[in-house]
Every structure is written in C-alpha cells, then in structure tokens.
Design a protein around this ligand. Structure first.
Ligand code: GAR
Length: 199
C-alpha cells in the first residue's frame, strides 16, 4: 500500500469519496495516511477526524507560498508519503514543488480538460463558465499534476450531461455526484497500483 496524503481546502466531499472507497475495500493500493489542509476550520478536517486519519493544517495565507511548500515538504517526508491527492485543493503548487513529485501528484478537476481549466478555473467558476458557453456535456477529470495548472497527463475522465436551465450550484453538485466522486478513487487506485508495480 502506498502511503498517500490528501490535500484539501474546503468541504472535503472528494476526500469523503476516498474514505468511502477505502472502507468498501475498493481502494487497496493507497493508504490514506494523512490529510493536509491549507487553512483552518474547514469541514474536510472533520471528515478526516471521523475517519481516524491524521490531519494537519499548514496555513498558506499566514506563511506565503514558499514557506507553505517548505513546511508541506517537511511534513510529507516525516510521514513517509509517496503519493499526493489534490482533492478540492485550491492552491497552485510551484514548479519547484511539482518537479520533486513527477507522476506522484494527482488532481481532480470539475470539467472535461482541456475545457474550462487552468488558472482562474476552480470551484463554482468552472460551472459558471460552462453554462455561459452553453455546453451540453461537461464532466470531471483526474490528471497527474505538473507545473502547468491542470496541464498534466489525464488518468480518468467522465462526462455528465447538462440539463436545460440548471444553475451553476446544481451543476456543481451533479458533476461531483456523477463524476468526481466516482473517478477520483478509481484514479487513485490506478496511480498507486502503478507505483506498487514499479517497486
Ligand atoms: C470540487 O468540485 C473539485 O473538483 C474542485 O473544488 C471542489 C471541492 O469540493 N476543485 C477545483 O476546482 C480545482 N481546480 P470538495 O472540497 O467537496 O471535494
């Protein structure tokens, strides 16, 4: 099992999907060893606690990116982490950081990349942009993370239809439920299995 850290910034429903997958026995190659939040007080931390997963807050706003990443690197090394999942993690990591973790960081993004992705496209904004464009199909993507925001190799994608007249908030929920929560555990299992085979 590959020691895995899950990085979060918000409600943590994607973290919950990983926990549920672990509990159901489907996630066999990744050990959810640590949750790291970039801000205090978020509900994802409660989810980690309830699941018995160690968690830590590294306050990005207080530290700034450089010191945040230095502290993150220290914590990941201390816990022997080999794989990182960005699950609703809203900081962009520097090239210095991502270069140290080639094919060892995965991210879930709430659109079909290369649509509605890159800097500025996060959370609800992605769905607002998709509705503004009038797309009939959207979805979610899990990909490896490199120095280009949402630019790394795609692992899994899932399409979701866009019902007429749906609001951005309702579309966000629909994409999470029908795509993100399904493909994130699947992609983590794929990425972790690959590392197991390499070792
Ligand atoms: C999710 O929809 C995730 O795809 C998105 O933020 C939400 C977090 O929800 N991430 C991004 O937009 C990253 N570019 P969660 O905290 O409930 O998992």
């Amino acid at each position: 099992m590959i020691p895995t850290a899950v990085l979060v910034s918000g409600g943590g429903t994607n973290l919950q999907a990983l926990i549920d997958s672990r509990n159901s026995g489907a996630l066999t190659s990744a050990d959810l060893a640590l949750v790291v939040a970039d801000r205090p007080g978020i509900f994802a931390l409660e989810r980690a606690k309830a699941a018995g997963i160690r968690s830590i807050v590294i306050n990005k706003k207080e530290l700034g990116r450089e010191r945040f990443e230095a502290e993150l690197s220290r914590v990941l090394a201390k816990h022997g982490i080999k794989l990182i999942v960005l699950a609703g993690f809203l900081c962009i990591l520097s090239k210095d950081f991502t270069d140290k973790w080639p094919r060892r960081i995965i991210n879930v993004h709430p659109s079909l990349i290369p649509s509605f992705c890159g800097e500025g496209f996060w959370g609800l904004k992605v769905h607002e942009a998709a509705l503004e464009k009038g797309v009939k199909v959207t979805g979610a993507t899990v990909h490896y993370v490199n120095e280009i925001p949402d630019g790394g190799e795609i692992i899994v994608q899932k399409a979701v239809t866009v019902p007429e007249g749906i609001t951005p908030k309702a579309l966000q929920k629909r994409v999470m439920k029908l795509a993100e929560w399904k493909i994130l555990p699947k992609a983590l299992q794929i990425a972790a299995e690959k590392i197991e085979k390499e070792n």
